[in-house]
Design a protein around this ligand. Sequence first.
Ligand code: TPP
Ligand code: MG
Length: 326
Amino acid sequence: MAKSGRLVLLADTLLALYRNMARIRAVEKRLVQSFQEGLISGDCHSSMGQEGVATGICQHLRANDLLFSPHRGHGHAIGKGMPLTQLFGELYGRVTGCCQGKGGGRNLLSQEIGLLGSSGLLGATITEAVGAGIAIQLERSDRVVVAFFGDGAALHGRFHEGINLAAHWKLPIIFVCENNLYADQTKFEDLTAQSRVSLRGRAYGLHGIDVDGNDVTAVYEEAYEAVRIARVGDGPSLIECRTYRARPFVEGLEEKPARPLSERDEWLGNDPIVKFASKLLDADHASAAEVAAVEKEVVQEVLQAHRDAVEAPFPNSNSAETAAAE
Ligand SMILES: Cc1ncc(C[n+]2csc(CCOP(=O)(O)OP(=O)(O)O)c2C)c(N)n1
Ligand SMILES: [Mg+2]
């Protein structure tokens, strides 16, 4: 059992958090390799390094809660429960993909798991979540919506319009800014005089929270409170998670001269999974054997999903004009 501020986390919860982060990491590692092997014909925006955010947030969501994800959304889809065969199938353009291979990695969608779409249009998740939040408010249920977005999206008009309306109408939304310090190749601080996104949330009257996105239990704890507030009808929150991507903006992109090596070394030395594993072991929340078993299990799971996707057929050209998902 671990006391993380206001919450007491049981060993099972801690191990579930670890498993989910390890699963996302194993998927991202395999996808990087697959991109290099030419198995992915579209874009591959890896979320490696940011696993603590997707995990700490999604672990609170129920099957019928809704989620909108931006271009860097593999971890969000996994956190919301997308079977890995569907994720790999989609990235490899196969019929087994969540959108029958027609969407690719930045257009993941599965109504079954409440993932109502990932989108390459910056800020789209924010206003889409507002629409979904209004629908939930009208149905008077206690479902919630999560909108993930990057720091770059916080500079767009949709951010301001969306969070203003959400706060004013007390919509059941958790806005999650994954602030990985860069919007594509540009440092976020070079684009704005106020780089604390959470403060902008507070300016619009919603709960604005800052958290270390590389500390999964800290994210989990803040998300617990934000989800609770949204479920009881007390309105939206904006959680800003500071984190760092371990890979370039998109696979295949030369990363020069954007991110200084010293900065990268410092952040990559603060890896959320390595850090959490040591925490679990040091505090005796899990044994080395349990951690190793989780690692082995997720690697096997990923290998199987990869193999299934490689063996699956590409969509038939006759299906080009039918909707991938309705
Ligand atoms: C409306 C819009 N404007 C510009 C772009 C081009 N674009 C794609 S990704 C990106 C930067 C994204 O940065 P951020 O939101 O911080 O996400 P990250 O890639 O860091 O996860 C930009 C400017 C876009 N996709 N949509
Ligand atoms: Mg960014």
